[in-house]
Design a protein around this ligand. Structure first.
Ligand code: SF4
Ligand code: SF4
Length: 296
């Protein structure tokens, strides 16, 4: 692979549905060659636009789960008393562990006098390394009702880093996890640049401020984009003003509401490939600004 200079940018938002995935796909198309990475493992949908061909895959285990061996169990109930997550239930005088409620803490195994509790790795999801028309892609699928998505995000980013090469210009473009919790922190730490996408609403403004608190805390250089800015010009101005007042964060521009974004998605294309619509020029300008600023 040779020597590589890695540059990782992540597109994030305080909540899902702000258009960050569409924007990530556009950036992948504009970069032409880059590693793409879908860190939104709870609601992964970048693959719907990039149509990856899976080259490698594996199971992800983010913890353990416990199980009772009915042959060994002497029905003393010590495990049930000790379980803080109420994961142990009694059915027809037998003790069972509810796999959905079990947090894998292992306390039941410690207190069991009969050695009847076994713990085993819990399979929480699956990771994929794929090829797309824009270069390699790292992505994953988290199991239904599964947690530990922060650890899966870290794994997906490690795989993306492994795919990075001179051929892709060392560029990694990530669709970040939404929100401000563990998965978004896992998407953000150590990246070169975070682009925060927001919408001109009261909740959009509030979410943007919360996510900027996170990027500032982790000292990640950040910029803000207002998507569908023309739906509320007054609120867009307010967001711009707040970004300026915070200092240290660049206001990267605005994208107008454009139904072509949805039409492109329906054809499994990025807006860049779809090639029309008033949002397109804004997206291109924002990408150029990021490139110029981050030497991408
Ligand atoms: S491993 Fe922990 S959470 Fe799971 S059943 Fe045992 S005590 Fe409860
Ligand atoms: S502590 Fe062990 S022996 Fe007692 S009920 Fe639970 S599994 Fe059975």
């Amino acid at each position: 692979m040779g020597e590589k200079k890695q540059k990782e940018i992540v597109v994030i938002s305080g909540k899902g549905g702000t258009g960050k995935t569409s924007l990530t796909a556009c950036f992948a198309a504009l970069a032409k060659k880059a590693v793409t990475c879908d860190c939104d493992v709870d609601a992964a949908d970048l693959h719907l636009v990039l149509s990856p061909t899976v080259k490698d895959r594996g199971l992800f285990s983010g913890g353990v789960t416990a199980e009772i061996d009915q042959e060994k169990c002497i029905r003393c109930g010590k495990c049930k008393d000790a379980c803080r997550f109420s994961a142990i239930e009694i059915k027809e005088k037998k003790f069972y562990i509810d796999p959905l409620a079990c947090e894998g803490c292992g306390v039941c195994k410690l207190v069991c006098p009969a050695g009847a509790v076994k713990t085993k790795p819990a399979i929480n999801g699956e990771w994929f390394v794929s090829e797309t028309r824009f270069g390699p892609m790292s992505h994953a699928k988290l199991g239904i009702a599964e947690e530990n998505s922060g650890r899966l995000v870290t794994l997906v980013r490690q795989k993306a880093s492994g795919l990075s090469s001179n051929e892709t210009g060392g560029r990694i473009i990530s669709d970040g996890a939404p929100g401000t919790g563990c998965p978004v922190i896992a998407s953000l730490t150590g990246v070169n640049y975070a682009l925060v996408v927001t919408e001109p609403t009261v909740s959009g403004l509030h979410d943007m401020e919360r996510i900027l608190d996170v990027t500032e805390h982790f000292r990640v250089p950040s910029g803000v984009v207002v998507n569908k800015y023309d739906l509320n010009l007054e609120m867009t101005d307010k967001i711009k003003e707040i970004v300026k007042r915070r200092g240290g964060i660049s206001y990267m521009g605005e994208i107008p509401y454009d139904k072509n974004v949805t039409l492109a998605q329906m054809q499994r294309m990025s807006l860049v490939e779809y090639g029309k619509g008033k949002a397109l020029e804004s997206v291109k300008q924002i990408w150029e600004k990021i490139r110029a600023q981050e030497d991408l």
